[in-house]
Design a protein around this ligand. Sequence first.
Ligand SMILES: N[C@@H](CCC(=O)N[C@@H](CS)C(=O)NCC(=O)O)C(=O)O
Length: 209
Amino acid sequence: MKLYYFSNACSMGIHLLLHEIGTPFAIETVDFTQAAQYQPTFMAMNPKSKVPLLQRDDGGFVSEFPAIAYYIARANPAARLLPNSLEGEVKALELLDYMVATMHMRGFTRIFRPNYFTNHEAQYEEVKQAGVEIVRKGFALLEPVLGAQEFMLGDFSIVEGALFFLEHWSRFRAQIAMPANFEAHLDRLLARPAARKTLAAEGIAEGLA
Ligand SMILES: N[C@@H](CCC(=O)N[C@@H](CS)C(=O)NCC(=O)O)C(=O)O
């Protein structure tokens, strides 16, 4: 498998999951600073111009974070990245969709790319603040779901892939305080070898110390 990623983008959550399954994979950076996501070479693989993008061993591509995470889990059942029940799988997908479609796309995208939401630079701060509120509301809604558990569904699962980038961004990029159980959850993730390998490979110092 091959992961197309950009350092510190949401693709770091898929990168983490690939390290968790422990089988060899390749990575290739899509250099956003050179707008590589809009170049014909990348758009031939993903016309949506987004990372993460996973190339499977059969050459096919999977895009969209929840679909990639689900594919990785189902293709590697020994890694136990999904609960072994319909109820558990549905819960995982429900959480992933909220984290990606709402907390990332509606929240953090406003904070990091306010220009996607307004043409007026004077409104950037207002847009960013709206993003911060969406992220805060997200963590507040999820706080009782995590509760005192070690991981979101009890055992480590694909949901941790999305939480990895959301929590890392909150603490290190956006300085948004999270509920105490999510701060502790990020500390647990950062202690995992897979997280350390991901951060090192992407050249991210924050959280590696
Ligand atoms: N819905 C997509 C969103 C992916 C996404 O927005 N990725 C960002 C990086 S965090 C991206 O590739 N942005 C490129 C751009 O906006 O030009 C998913 O779930 O994978």
